[in-house]
Design a protein around this ligand. Structure first.
Ligand SMILES: [Zn+2]
Length: 260
């Protein structure tokens, strides 16, 4: 008789109880997390800005890990060209607000957490609502002006920022310790008058590439929440085609306007 992956006894196993203990057991058993780390994760408020190719995996892993409150920010709607990489959405979601659809899926994925949505464009007023009591902001957007605005807001409110970027087949990951006075930031690294971002529409993007970077953003965010992240800011360049990772610390630029 053919056997499934679970073997002959799998069909007789009782389902696991729907308790938080069982849900988070595989991460709580890790010495770096434990019950204390899980409590930190469960008590946290995390802002995810952009629910596209980066925000989809990032928000999903954070929801799975039990982040107490996710604040999803996106004014965009689902389009057909999103679906090859944005796996929270289905074809019949096209035209619907991304934040609302993502929230519905994440609440079903983990009913124990709170998921709130914000479908307006970013503004100082919205930052003032979302950031003061947040532990982390994830920048999952795709353009330079928005990244500078988010970085400046995180500097203003002293909230750590985990930034992801992916285009073509290369990705970047920034962890900026705005919660520490001496740390460098995104504006220390890039001049606002400098580069023009390549758009996904023009350059294209591998779905799994933004999947990897978004998952990495969730990884770094969880490490920040449990106090396991380095105290300095860092920038990482990732080129999976050549198996290359470059990584360096970001010192604070005394001329950076974010630190006056
Ligand atoms: Zn700076």
């Amino acid at each position: 008789m053919p056997q499934g992956l679970g073997g002959p006894s799998a069909r007789h196993q009782r389902p696991a109880p729907l308790s938080a203990d069982a849900r988070y057991a595989r991460q709580v058993v890790m010495p770096t997390i434990g019950e204390a780390g899980q409590a930190l994760i469960s008590d946290s408020r995390v802002v995810v800005i952009g629910l596209g190719g980066l925000g989809t995996p990032a928000a999903t892993y954070l929801a799975g890990a039990g982040v107490g409150e996710l604040r999803l920010v996106d004014y965009d709607t689902v389009s057909l060209s999103n679906l090859h990489r944005q796996f929270l959405y289905r074809e019949d979601d096209v035209g619907q607000p991304k934040a609302e659809v993502a929230a519905e899926r994440l609440r079903a994925y983990n009913p124990a957490i709170q998921v709130n949505t914000h479908t307006q464009r970013l503004s100082d007023a919205l930052f003032a609502t979302l950031l003061p009591d947040a532990q982390i902001v994830l920048d999952c957007t795709d353009n330079f002006p928005t990244r500078f605005a988010i970085n400046a807001a995180c500097a203003r409110f002293g909230v750590p920022l985990v930034l992801g970027a992916g285009i073509g087949s290369t990705g970047q990951l920034g962890v900026f310790r705005h919660d520490r006075k001496d740390s460098g930031c995104y504006r220390c690294l890039f001049d606002e008058s400098g580069e023009v971002a390549e758009a996904c529409e023009d350059a294209g993007v591998f779905g799994p590439l933004v999947g990897m970077i978004g998952a990495w953003q969730a990884f770094e965010s969880l490490r920040l929440l449990i106090g396991e992240s380095p105290a300095h800011s860092s920038w990482l360049h990732f080129a999976p085609e050549t198996r290359t990772i470059r990584h360096h610390q970001i010192p604070q630029d005394p001329a950076c306007p974010c630190h006056v």
